[in-house]
Write a protein of this length. Structure first.
Length: 117
């Protein structure tokens, strides 16, 4: 929690310093243009990420229903128990961890993130 608050101050400070620097040097139009361009890129990135993550997450759901995830989970369970010895057997965290590992093994990097979260 402390790190998150500290990061808010760091990013907020950098934004304020950038705006003040733009005003002092007379480049406020460049600052405004950069803000608008960055906003446009952020929206474009968000929309494209939404589509990709939705596709790969749907594919992971289909693989889960087909039993592919369960089969691969059984294959990697010795490795998982070695990597996470404190998690009790049968804990619900195993499902998320296994789905994340399987998504990475299958090369579905975009689907691994929501599975791990």
């Amino acid at each position: 929690m402390v790190i998150r608050i500290m990061m808010n101050y760091i990013w907020g400070g950098m934004l304020i310093i950038g705006i003040i620097f733009g005003v002092v040097t007379g480049n406020m139009q460049a600052v405004t243009d950069a803000v608008l361009q960055s906003s446009k890129e952020a929206v474009t990135l968000g929309i494209s990420m939404f589509g990709i993550v939705a596709f790969w997450t749907g594919l992971m759901e289909v693989a889960g229903e087909a039993g592919v995830i369960a089969g691969l989970t059984r294959l990697i369970s010795p490795l998982m128990r070695f990597l996470f010895p404190r998690i009790p057997q049968g804990h619900r965290a195993w499902d998320s961890l296994s789905a994340n590992f399987v998504a990475n093994i299958l090369g579905l990097g975009w689907a691994a993130t929501p599975a791990g979260l």
